[in-house]
Design a binder for this molecule. Sequence first.
Ligand code: AMP
Length: 431
Amino acid sequence: MLFKAPKGTYDVLPERGEKWEFLEEAARSIFKIYGYRPIETPAFEATQLFARGIGEATDIVQKEMYTFADKGGRSITLRPEGTAPIVRAYIEHALGQRPQPVKLYYSGPMFRYERPQAGRYRQFYQLGVEAMGSDDPALDAEVILLLVEYFKSVGVKDMDVLLNSMGCPADRPKYVEALKAYAGTKLDAMCADCAKRFALNPLRLFDCKNPTCRDVISSAPKVIDYLCEECRDHFEEVRGYLDRIELAYKIEPKLVRGLDYYTRTTFEVQSRHLGAQNAIGGGGRYDGLSEELGGPKMPAIGFALGLERLQMAVEAESGTIPGDFELDVFVIAVDEGVKKDAFDLTLRFRREGLVAESDFLNRSVKGQIKAANRLGAKFAAFVGPEELSAGVCRIRNMATGVQEDVELEKAPEYLSDRVFEEYEERGEADG
Ligand code: AMP
């Protein structure tokens, strides 16, 4: 039997891994500029953390969690999202004692037992930030701006920013009543899951992916029409800041998002170049989550973006993502007797900062040249007995075929200059 990656998962091979590294490094550098610092939490947590945090009636908790009993009989769940674990860490390590807001970023795999399709997987990678300890509307605008600026920095331009406000817990009952009054008469047209949602938590009616149910819910009362004065003011201020920084957005009253912890501002960024799974990132405020988890009062806001969808969006829009592997030099040992000298020269090239490779399969010279070509080496450095006794190595430009004998001592520096010139010609000489 041949094993395959489990359904809904995939392997990230080097070509893709290099693109992801580019996207991740770009994210880290801009997150840092905005004052965020790294945090890592375990890939699994106590099941209750998610059940309480995300909400019992959500699709995630009802249907999508990878939950199991460990050998000590504890109920464990692979994290389906990053926010509840970080709030747990904030409480556990009393991060409330640090200067507020505490700004953290994270990246890593998340796990949801969803129906796999293009852009939807069972293990997927998220990058995210959480800004915790402030309810200032300026922070909402800053967090949304950060997401948009990051997307722009990696080549996403055609995107829509959707914005909504979910209000506070005090606003909920009124709204839920109105929603129930509306949906109650239409349950016959909706799916069985929606009947359950209606009974458990009517807000979750917005999560249904069934087209008929979506149709029904699209004319439902809007949560934004049921905000208290404070929440309305907060939303107005967020909008004021967004206008001030000229960040265009659309109000989307159906943007309720699939997790119960959201309060006030919610937002989502959609790529115009993707199909059904076009949400490349999103987030919102979760002012009550800390208390829900037994912690202190701690208003906070964050976002998460999916690396897979971001890669698709960038590629759809700009064609490529930088980050291809480039081999500067392949060191060729002309015979067995000089293998160790070739080994030494390879190390010296690397110490000079060159990407250098050599043969580990005892290939013939022809075989080594072929390997160098297949790896896309810019140069080959030939080490042979004659060259060695003359104190040189022969350096060949693989593209032009031009070769030169270069003093062994100076070879690394010489080659480093040649490679630098090549980058300069391509206008990439900053690294
Ligand atoms: P969420 O945590 O549901 O708010 O999702 C935030 C972002 O994560 C989305 O905008 C997507 O980019 C990504 N995402 C969520 N679920 C999946 C999934 N099953 N597969 C791939 N990406 C996902």
